[in-house]
Design a protein around this ligand. Sequence first.
Ligand SMILES: NC(=O)c1ccc[n+]([C@@H]2O[C@H](COP(=O)([O-])OP(=O)(O)OC[C@H]3O[C@@H](n4cnc5c(N)ncnc54)[C@H](OP(=O)(O)O)[C@@H]3O)[C@@H](O)[C@H]2O)c1
Length: 353
Amino acid sequence: MLILGARGFLGSRLVRYYQDKYEIITPGHNQVDITDRASLEACLQRHRPDLVICTAAVSDTGRCQQDPQTSYQINVTGSVNVAAVSGKLGIRCVLCSSDQVYNGSQNLRPHKQEVREGESDVALTQQNSMYPRPHKETEALVPLTVYGCQKLEMERQALRANGDAVILRLPWMYSVEHDFENQHGDFMTGFLKQAREAAVSDNADDRQNEANQVETIGNQREEAGRKDGEQGRSPAEVVLTYAARDYRAVTNVREIVENMEAVAALPGGVYNYGSFSDCSFYDTMAQVMDALHDRSLLLNVRVQKDEQHLDDHPRNLCMDLTNIETHGIRFTPTVPALAEAICRAINLMERID
Ligand SMILES: NC(=O)c1ccc[n+]([C@@H]2O[C@H](COP(=O)([O-])OP(=O)(O)OC[C@H]3O[C@@H](n4cnc5c(N)ncnc54)[C@H](OP(=O)(O)O)[C@@H]3O)[C@@H](O)[C@H]2O)c1
């Protein structure tokens, strides 16, 4: 198994998980630049792996937006090189795309119970209560961002270069483990930071000078309110705000990694690949928080809706997973998987503390 991008978020976890089972080859970026087809071909000729997994990319959507030429070279030309050279040498290859190819295609409809006789879907989509139609791989797409456009372009060119290439549309990934080098942050990193601050504020002795704080982390807003009662201090309540118009799944990278063996046996093509969700990120986090409270965790944290974020252009990245499931690949749905992962991460954090 040869992994390109092996020091990255996904690549490093693939290496750790499969290193005792397979011979893993991990040429670093400084050894093989995927934009250099000749050096890529020489590397694959030399090692002749059974499988190439390319996780190498500019994965930061902001960087793609700022410097589209550079990201095109890596996210399109580089990945297409991997597909073409693998095809030429008869090596199976897996490439990473993204659910961001669906960004720009809203596919929303009113919530079932909200549809009243005589009202059209169109009229109701103006209202607050909507739910997303999960996207299928076969839909016509017009991505909104540079990153999404480049991933879609990569899919098309890669399949033209190598019809046996397997291309995975990955959702936003999070990890419970963070003891890797050279990693970027993920949802869990941000969430744990907030949870840790909640725990610290709960135990703080001196709250005299603490005023209300508002901090923005990604598209989540944290508002920490302090309540000092006359008889003593009640625990600080922490309110986390999540977008009510952002419909998307998040997936534990562990499941992405574990299913990769089955991916290697898939017929060439594009696959939605990750946990299922058909609700907004606010609804996801409200359900996750209920599950945590049931386990007496983060009792001073509650979630609230951000109604403004994406108000005029809701984002629906939810994916229909029927196709991958017909091949026997299954993921835990977003809510139970995330609740379980947060519990494990909190346990881990307490052991470290
Ligand atoms: N992370 C997510 O939540 C997410 C969600 C959806 C899709 N994806 C996609 O999944 C894949 C893996 O994402 P990730 O988060 O693991 O990415 P990552 O952490 O940013 O890692 C990317 C790796 O690619 C390497 N690289 C960059 N340019 C290269 C080049 N020209 N030649 C060879 N190696 C190069 C980087 O090495 P250096 O650091 O040495 O440059 C880095 O190790 C990407 O295709 C990403 O777009 C990720």
